[in-house]
Design a protein around this ligand. Structure first.
Ligand code: CDP
Ligand code: CDP
Length: 195
């Protein structure tokens, strides 16, 4: 059986950075599931049709990391048929040998409820806004408002809301360097591999 690592948490908490590092460290595949929703959100037209017909070219767009794409993603992500259309690909990816790391909002709860390791990564709103503002060259206050709006929509939706799975390890990176956050995550994986 492949080894599966599920990483969830709000925007700019550091989950993608940790997911990439774990994948590299353990030789696992990595899927940033947010990209599926971002690509669906920016494609235009009927979002359900967009999700059902996502193709390679949709992921080559340069505007997927923008704040606007993040907002568009969180709007289409509340549509159950959109989530359903993206489900099989994610579940299939999680089965890749020798293992896979998936990061998003519902990995530990819906996509991979039996994952070997689950992490729920958080950081204070202000720290997250500062991080994302630095990445995008944007204003911290504007980013704070945007992230809060997106988090509220993601946590409040009826279908697959962003929530910590009961068995997920909580990792607060507010005061952590990237190196320390990665170390803590590696520790959680090694403990599971050993035991
Ligand atoms: O994937 P997610 O949106 O949760 O966050 P990310 O893309 O991994 O991290 C957002 C930004 O915060 C990146 O620029 C990271 O380098 C930075 N970061 C940080 O400064 N300290 C951490 N402990 C983790 C991430
Ligand atoms: O990197 P960041 O955390 O800012 O965002 P992302 O992971 O790229 O996700 C963008 C949006 O997609 C989120 O705000 C969610 O609305 C949605 N999403 C989701 O609903 N379920 C997932 N597994 C991943 C993302």
């Amino acid at each position: 059986m492949p080894f599966t690592i599920a990483i969830d948490g709000p925007a700019a908490s550091g989950k993608g950075t940790i997911a990439r590092a774990l994948a590299e460290r353990f030789g696992f595949h990595h899927l940033d599931t947010g990209l599926l929703y971002r690509a669906t959100g920016v494609k235009g037209g009927d979002p359900i049709q967009a999700a059902r017909t996502l193709a390679e070219a949709d992921f080559g767009r340069k505007d997927l990391r923008t704040a606007a794409a993040g907002q568009a993603a969180s709007r289409v992500a509340a549509i159950p048929e959109v989530r359903q259309a993206l489900l099989d690909f994610q579940r299939g990816f999680a089965l890749r040998e020798p293992g896979a790391v998936l990061d998003g909002r519902d990995i530990g709860t819906v996509i991979c409820p039996t994952a070997d390791v689950k992490l729920f990564v958080i950081a204070s709103d202000l720290v997250r806004a500062r991080r994302r503002a630095a990445e995008l060259g944007a204003d911290v206050d504007a980013m704070l408002m945007q992230l809060r709006e997106r988090d509220a929509r993601d946590a409040g939706r009826a279908d697959a809301p962003m929530i910590r799975a009961d068995d997920a390890v909580l990792l607060d990176t507010s005061e952590m360097s990237i190196e320390d956050a990665i170390k803590a995550a590696v520790g959680a994986v090694e403990a599971r591999l050993a035991g």
